[in-house]
Ligand binder design. Structure first.
Ligand SMILES: [Zn+2]
Ligand SMILES: [Zn+2]
Length: 185
């Protein structure tokens, strides 16, 4: 499937957002306003004005909703969730060719809050996967102690683990063991 630059940025943002959620033992990656400011700057989310505690709680709520989309085992359920969060954000599709990028569509409404901006643009990026019949590429890492969200962009949709150091290594070890077993058998 064709993934444009902006879709790619939106995917990176939504994966990072979902993965800020505290899992057993890990700290909340969006613990305070400064963490949200760093997230916004890191993903170059433009035009969201001065961030407040309200933005922080809205983005945390949105994070839970996106996490549910990644955890969905059924496309119809995922589609329903994406529809709801995009509709709640309100969108204004606009063609743009900013910063020397080719023509593409921005979905967030002008002046949207950071949560609505993310819901619109990331929600639509996920929607394209449903449309392309590729919803299953939106995954959670299968390592039992990990569960990080990731988007599997491998050619044959074969990725099972996220690219964190531990899980990436686990993958190599598993492949190595499988090869040895094959050689021995
Ligand atoms: Zn753009
Ligand atoms: Zn992992």
């Amino acid at each position: 499937m064709l993934i444009t630059h902006d879709t790619r940025c939106a995917l990176d943002a939504v994966v990072d957002l979902v993965n800020t959620a505290p899992e057993d033992g890990t700290a909340d990656g969006l613990a305070d306003l400064r963490a949200l400011e760093a997230f916004v700057a890191g993903h170059r989310i433009s035009d969201v004005g001065t961030l407040t505690e309200l933005d922080l709680s809205a983005v945390r709520r949105l994070r839970g909703r996106f996490a549910a989309v990644f955890a969905a085992t059924d496309t119809r359920i995922a589609a329903g969730m994406i529809n709801e969060l995009v509709a709640a954000a309100g969108t204004t599709p606009r063609l743009t060719d900013h910063d020397d990028y080719d023509w593409h569509v921005h979905y967030f409404a002008p002046g949207a809050s950071v949560a609505d901006h993310l819901a619109a643009d990331c929600g639509m990026a996920l929607a394209f996967f449903v449309v392309a019949g590729e919803r299953e590429r939106l995954r959670r890492c299968e390592a039992p102690d990990c569960r990080r969200a990731f988007v599997d962009l491998s050619r044959n949709r074969s990725r099972r683990y996220c690219d964190s150091r531990t899980c990436g290594n686990r993958l190599h070890v598993a492949a190595y063991r499988a090869r040895r077993k094959e050689a021995a058998g």
